[in-house]
Design a protein around this ligand. Sequence first.
Ligand code: B12
Ligand code: SF4
Ligand code: SF4
Length: 303
Amino acid sequence: MDDKTSNTIDFAAAREAIRSYSLKRGAVAVGICEAELVERIAPPGFGPLAILPGARSVISIGVTGCTRGTWKSNAKVMTFIGNSVGPIYRASFGLSFFIEKTFGYPSIFVPPHVDPEYGARVPIQSLKLHAELAGIGARSMAGDILLHPEYGLLYYGSVITEMPLPTDPPMAENPCPAPACVELYRRQGRTPCQKFCPVDCLSGTIDDTGEIDEMVCDMARCAEMCQQYENMPNIISDAITADEVLDREEALYGAESQAFFYKVTSAVGATHAQCFECMRVCPVVTGAPQADPIRMGEAARKA
Ligand code: B12
Ligand code: SF4
Ligand code: SF4
C-alpha cells in the first residue's frame, strides 16, 4: 500500500467495517491490538512478524460456546457439539480476504494449530494472547482459559494484517474468579473449576482481595482427559501393532474408532481434545448475560 492510497483511508471507519463484517459472519466479540505488542510478549519466532513480516495489527474475533441445552448434556455428547472452532475459523479466514479486497493491505488468517516443528502442545501463534491483548477475554483459574464478562466462554480466531488500525485496550477487569467462586474457595479451599475437574489438574490460589493469586494447570493430564473419546494416534498405533487380525479390526472398526471416524467424515468441528467439565461449572460461562442463548432470544424477541 503506497502512502498516497493509505492517506485516503479513514481507519476508524475501516475498523467499524471490519467489526461489522465479523459480526455478520457469526462473531460476537471483535478486538484489535498492535502486532508490535504481541511481538514483545510472545517467545521469539512465535509473534505476528514470524508469519507476516510487515504485520501492524492483530484482529481477534470470538464466537460463543454452547447452547443451554448442550451444557446440560453429558461429556460424551459434548465432544460432538461442544465447540465452535469451525465457524470462527471460517469467519476469520473470510475476514483476511475482506481486508485485502476492501482496503488493499496484505492480511493473513492465523493458522490456529500446533507447530509441527515443536510437537503437540506448541501453537504457531497463541490465539489466547491475541484475544487477551485485544480486550476480548481475560485469563481464568481454569487453565488460563479466557473468559468474557458478557459472553462467558468464547472460541477465538485471528487475522494478522499490515493495515495500521486503531486498537482496543485489554479488559480492565477480570470476571474470574466470580464472587460465588471466591466464596467456595474461602469455605473449601477450591474454586468450582478446580473442584470438578475430573483429573484434578487445576490448582492455584485466590488472594485476600478476591483476585487470582496463582493458577497452575497440569496440561499433560488435561490433554489426556480431553482426548479420552477420540485419539487418532492411538487408533493408528493399536492397528499397526496388533498381532492378530481380529485385534487390528477392533482397533480400526471398533465402536470408539467408528465414532471418531464418523465425526471426521461428517466434518464435525470437535474431532479432538474435548473436555468441558471446568467450564460447565463456571458461573461466568453459564451465567454471563449474553452466554445464555435463551436469554439472548428473549431480549431479541422483546426488541
Ligand atoms: C494446544 C492446545 C490445547 C492442548 C493443550 C493446552 C495448553 N495450554 O497447553 C489441549 C488439548 C489440552 C487443549 C485443551 C483445551 N483447549 Co485448547 N488449545 C490449544 C492451542 C492449539 C494452543 C494453546 C497453547 O498451547 N498456547 C501456548 C500458551 C503457552 O499460550 P499463552 O498462555 O497465551 O502464552 C503466554 C506465554 O506463555 C507466552 N506465549 C505467547 N505466545 C506463545 C506461543 C508459544 C508457542 C508459547 C510456548 C508461549 C507463548 O505469552 C503468553 C503470556 O501470558 C489453542 C489455539 C491456539 N493456537 O492458541 C487452543 C485453545 C487455547 N483451546 C481452547 C479450548 C476452548 C480448549 C478446551 C476447553 C477444550 C475444548 N473443550 O474445546 C481445553 C481447555 C484446557 C484448559 N484448561 O486450558 C481455546 C481457548 C478459548 C478461550 N476462551 O480461552 C483455544 C484458544 C482454541 C480457540 N480457537 O479458541 N488445548
Ligand atoms: S478441560 Fe477438563 S481436564 Fe482440562 S482442566 Fe478443564 S475439566 Fe480439567
Ligand atoms: S469456575 Fe470460572 S469464574 Fe470460577 S474460578 Fe473457575 S474459571 Fe474462574
